[in-house]
Design a protein around this ligand. Structure first.
Ligand SMILES: [Fe+2]
Ligand SMILES: [Fe+2]
Length: 188
């Protein structure tokens, strides 16, 4: 009944973004055909890039102290892994052997991250002396700017570009001709 007293505008804004990407992950699982899948991936990557930027620029610095460095450092590393996968997917055209797998792993990683954020991070931050209304306003304005002008390139994008498409060694190994695999002996 008094649930509205517990609402937090900053958490609400971030949760809405989370719901948007989770919905895109579900859509991807049910989509058929390359163009449909690629379109969903492109949308999800655009959403994730804007979302990660407002968290890293505005939300994370504001709650880092009350939430504690261990939890926040883990969140940082989860963003880093996601950004590597995002940068790799952005360099792909959707027809590669590991494209779907890469996006699926990104989705699994982000779903896990969202659970921790909405659970651990939000619960540890909720009583902090932070002006969450002002924080939400700043994030909303920054989102509009990032959508209009684009998200500045992540360090991970430069890292992936520098690997010239050779950064995913397991995918490269799997794509090599089967002739390289050792022959199995047949018992005589
Ligand atoms: Fe996050
Ligand atoms: Fe988030």
């Amino acid at each position: 009944m008094l649930e509205f007293l517990n609402t937090n505008p900053a958490f609400d804004l971030l949760k809405k973004d989370h719901d948007t990407v989770k919905d895109l992950f579900d859509q991807f699982e049910n989509a058929e055909g390359r163009p449909a899948k690629k379109k969903i991936v492109d949308q999800a990557l655009a959403e994730l890039k804007v979302h990660a930027a407002i968290e890293e620029e505005i939300f994370y610095p504001a709650v880092r102290r009350p939430v504690g460095k261990d939890t926040m450092n883990e969140a940082d590393e989860e963003h880093h892994v996601a950004k590597v996968l995002i940068a790799e997917l952005e360099e792909m055209d959707g027809r590669e052997t590991h494209y779907d797998a890469k996006f699926t792993v990104l989705a699994e990683n982000v779903r896990h991250h969202i659970k921790e954020e909405e659970g651990e991070v939000f619960s540890k931050a909720k009583d902090a002396k932070v002006d969450f209304a002002a924080l939400a306003q700043t994030m909303m304005e920054r989102k509009a700017t990032l959508r209009a002008k684009g998200v500045p390139p992540a360090a991970e994008a430069a890292m992936v570009a520098a690997s010239h498409g050779k950064g995913d060694s397991p995918a490269k190994a799997a794509d090599k001709p089967a002739a390289r695999a050792p022959k199995t002996r047949t018992a005589k």
